[in-house]
Design a binder for this molecule. Structure first.
Ligand SMILES: O=C(COP(=O)(O)O)[C@@H](O)[C@H](O)[C@H](O)[C@H](O)COP(=O)(O)O
Ligand SMILES: [Mn+2]
Ligand SMILES: [Mn+2]
Length: 345
């Protein structure tokens, strides 16, 4: 599955990022999202694969494209047999977020990316569009930190695992009222907090790379983004745990319904019988083969954003594979017309 796909999915995230980046700073979050969705879908449908969207634009936006259950790839078309033998191809599941951080793009802020994760059928947890409590940490701390422990305890463990003082740790937390106490506790413990307005996928993955100066992600974000983050962290050997949040009292806004009981009922309908379960990266991205790809839309901790120049654009992407055990940073120049000179910097 992975050899040719690994190359093709780079173009999928690149095309989504370029399309969205044209709307950077224009205050139009829905358009920045929509064009990324269209570009991602268009490029995906030119790949010889039998794909199915398991995490997409579905529930939150009621979107007509890249919705949950949509089949993508040439080999899912009605005339597929003219192009490929679908029986020879593995069915794959795909989790996408064509514009992760729509607000960041709309307001020209750092940290947005086009992102996806792929596995064989059944290899990615089809998370509902609920909230998720998350804990991400570097590979050295994997299995040592625990989402059931307090932030103070986890910071102490992190400090031991990373051999650095708590004061030298940086924790990313989404800037939301629901995190008021968590932020206080982290500061009280002596660590430093980097508040982000959006984009917790970038923050989670950054934990796995030494040199980003991000040592943990704590707090509550969206569950679909949790699965995508888990796919990357599983490939990278980092720590990721996620627990669905179904009680509206905890977040007081946003993605979930108004009553705890109806939320539990919805989870049961989806086959989630233990709503309090803590999932680790291997459970959220359980497939034998897991591939992850992201391309920066605006600049971030891991990747540059899209840079346009006369006649083209330059992108930076990250492709991670658990099979080849590689994390590749891919720097691409896109030529929209005959370039007179390629922009190197
Ligand atoms: O910031 C985010 C927005 O993602 P998108 O809608 O694709 O631009 C995500 O990274 C967050 O994980 C998540 O969606 C967020 O925490 C949920 O929203 P909110 O209720 O504002 O916290
Ligand atoms: Mn997102
Ligand atoms: Mn999005």
């Amino acid at each position: 599955m992975e050899n040719t796909l690994g190359l093709e999915i780079i173009e999928v995230v690149e095309q989504a990022a370029i399309a969205s980046a044209r709307w950077m700073g224009k205050g139009e979050k829905n358009i920045a999202d929509q064009v990324a969705v269209e570009a991602m879908r268009e490029r995906m449908n030119r790949i010889y694969m039998r794909g199915r969207i398991v995490i997409g634009e579905g529930e939150r936006d009621d979107a007509p494209m890249l919705y949950i259950g949509e089949e993508v790839g040439i080999c899912t078309r009605e005339d597929a047999k003219d192009y490929c033998n679908p029986d020879e191809l593995v069915e794959i599941d795909i989790a996408v977020d064509p514009c992760e951080g729509t607000n960041l793009v709309a307001y020209g802020q750092n940290g947005s990316m086009a992102v996806l994760a792929i596995s064989e059928k059944g290899g990615l947890f089809a998370a509902p569009d609920f909230y998720m409590k998350k804990l991400a940490a570097p590979p050295l701390a994997r299995g040592h930190v625990d989402i059931n422990k307090s932030a103070t305890e986890n910071l102490k463990i992190l400090s031991e695992c990373l051999n650095r003082a708590v004061e030298e740790l940086v924790v990313v937390v989404m800037d939301r009222p629901r995190h008021k106490e968590l932020i206080q506790e982290i500061r009280q413990a002596g660590a430093r907090v980097r508040l982000i307005s959006d984009g917790d996928v970038s923050a989670a993955i950054s934990c796995a790379f030494a040199g980003t100066n991000i040592h943990a992600l704590m707090g509550i974000g969206a569950a679909p983004e949790g699965v995508i983050s888990a796919a990357a962290l599983r490939c990278l050997g980092g720590h990721f745990q996620g627990q669905l949040i179904y009680d509206p009292e905890v977040v007081k806004t946003g993605l979930i319904g108004e009553s705890k009981e109806s939320n539990i009922a919805r989870l049961t309908e989806m086959g989630i019988n233990n709503p309090d379960k803590v999932y680790n990266a291997e459970e959220l991205a359980s497939g034998r083969t897991v591939l992850f790809a992201a391309c920066g839309i605006t600049p971030g901790t891991l990747m540059e954003g899209v840079r346009f120049f006369s006649g083209g654009a330059r992108t930076q992407s990250l492709v991670i594979s658990n099979q080849s055990q590689t994390a590749r940073f891919v720097d691409t120049i896109h030529m929209f017309e005959d370039p007179k000179a390629l922009q190197l910097r």
